[in-house]
Design a protein around this ligand. Structure first.
Ligand code: X2W
Length: 309
């Protein structure tokens, strides 16, 4: 049986939780957060729902590289909150902005096609370094909050070259090994994944983190799929307003024809469309800001952009 450090079930949430939590130094965060979100009844209802499945099926959370730079404390405390409730999201992170910063520092213009980085060997060295650095940053920030976190920087994504001529060292994921992730969760540690993949002959390839997170969601079929971005959702390029819901069955074709839907946004939407077509109809993807994570998980109203079929 998988190890859960703490589960607050319906008996303890309303009355006794707060006193139980105080035994732990980081638990004050939990108290604060519980007070910030929804009613206790709502929180309790969602906790029951989230603990009704196996631990690895709670959530997949994709963290954009920009979040690690701009909102690391908020991110770490959100993940700590979940961890201390006994909820273990599978975290997949990117590192796009950090790669670009280093490349620009070297006088190299980052090159993309369709939102995918063209990754030559020199660029791949930067990609790898950034992934390892940002992974360590995230894991360290979590450990400082009393969270056991396991860096998983390889051994999960098997890949082939997406198009060696065009993109060079970029992978198309062909299979996902669940074992390192399950082992981490069973050992009571949050799995923190980079989106690097490898070929059968051991060549490391670069994969877009949105795509890799989608592949993880495909194999684990979690209750929640969350993409954290700094904009807190998808912003309509014409109205400049946040889109609250996208119903893919009705809106996808039109959306893809919009001029503002390009590069990373287009890639993200395509990935999410493929994922939700594959998963049960009840599945949805939320694109939100890290500050709204609790609200998204524990209240009916949610936050950011919800994508469903
Ligand atoms: C991405 C991987 C990092 C990533 C890249 O090199 O930028 C490809 O495009 P964000 O921060 O989530 O955008 N890989 C092939 O996706 O990071």
């Amino acid at each position: 049986k998988a190890y859960r450090p703490m589960i607050y079930t319906s008996e303890i949430i309303p009355e006794n939780t707060l006193s139980t939590i105080r035994c732990y130094s980081t638990r004050s965060t939990v108290i604060q957060l519980l007070n910030n979100i929804g009613s206790k009844r709502e929180v309790e209802q969602y906790l029951k729902y989230f603990t009704s499945v196996s631990q690895q099926q709670f959530a997949v959370i994709k963290v954009g590289g920009a979040i690690i730079t701009q909102q690391l404390p908020q991110l770490a405390s959100c993940l700590a909150f979940l961890y201390h409730l006994g909820l273990y999201p599978i975290v997949v992170h990117g590192t796009g902005p950090q790669i670009n910063q280093i490349l620009e520092g070297q006088g190299v213009e980052p090159e993309y096609s369709n939102g995918i980085r063209i990754t030559d060997a020199k660029t791949m060295a930067v990609v790898r370094r950034c992934f390892l650095q940002q992974n360590l940053r995230l894991v360290t920030a979590l450990e400082k909050m009393g969270v056991r976190a396991r860096p998983i920087t390889g051994g999960v994504f098997q890949a082939q070259y997406l198009d060696k001529e065009k993109y060079k060292l970029v992978g198309h994921i062909t299979s996902v090994d669940k074992e390192p992730i399950e082992a981490s969760i069973n050992a009571g540690a949050l799995p923190i994944l980079t989106s690097m993949a490898e070929t059968t002959s051991g060549q490391i390839l670069n994969v877009n983190a949105d795509v890799a997170a989608g592949e993880i969601a495909r194999v684990f079929e979690p209750l929640k799929i969350v993409y954290l971005n700094e904009k807190g959702g998808i912003i309509d390029g014409n109205t400049k307003e946040k889109i609250s819901v996208i119903n893919l069955d009705e809106e996808y074709e039109d959306l893809l024809k919009q001029k503002w839907v390009k590069y990373g946004t287009k890639l993200k939407l395509k990935e999410i469309k493929a994922l939700l077509t594959y998963l049960p109809r009840s599945s949805s993807v939320a694109i939100i800001n890290v500050d709204d994570l609790q609200k998204e998980l524990f209240t009916d109203s949610g936050a950011g952009t919800l994508i469903r079929r």
